[in-house]
Design a protein. Structure first.
Length: 116
């Protein structure tokens, strides 16, 4: 069993920054892709970023490129999403995930609200 706990969300003004964290526990392995999705009210969940098991080759959705940085610390079973230059359209619940052996595991989500 794998458990993910998201944290770090909050209320921030446009142009501000937040750092989201994702703590993995249970039957985890460093040999998995890890990433983030988000879901705004009334919209479908959308991909934000993901990172290779070794921490290389990050992939981002176009609208966050140059503003968001995904990273991970395999020794601590932690993942991070540094979000800079936040915009009101970044407002959403952010969910981390890992792709396990047979299924995708999700965190419970953390709310990010960006005021204009």
């Amino acid at each position: 069993q794998v458990q993910l706990v998201d944290s770090g969300g909050g209320l921030v003004q446009a142009g501000g920054s937040l750092r989201l964290s994702c703590a993995a526990s249970g039957r985890t392995s460093s040999n998995y892709y890890m990433g983030w999705y988000r879901q705004a009210p009334g919209k479908e969940r959308e991909f934000v970023a993901r990172i290779h098991p070794s921490g290389i080759s990050p992939l981002y959705r176009d609208s966050v490129k140059g503003r968001f940085t995904i990273s991970r610390d395999n020794a601590k079973n932690m993942g991070y999403l540094q979000m800079n230059s936040l915009k009101p359209e970044d407002t959403a619940v952010y969910y981390c995930y890992i792709d396990g052996v047979s299924q995708r595991h999700w965190g419970q989500g953390t709310q990010v609200t960006v005021s204009s």
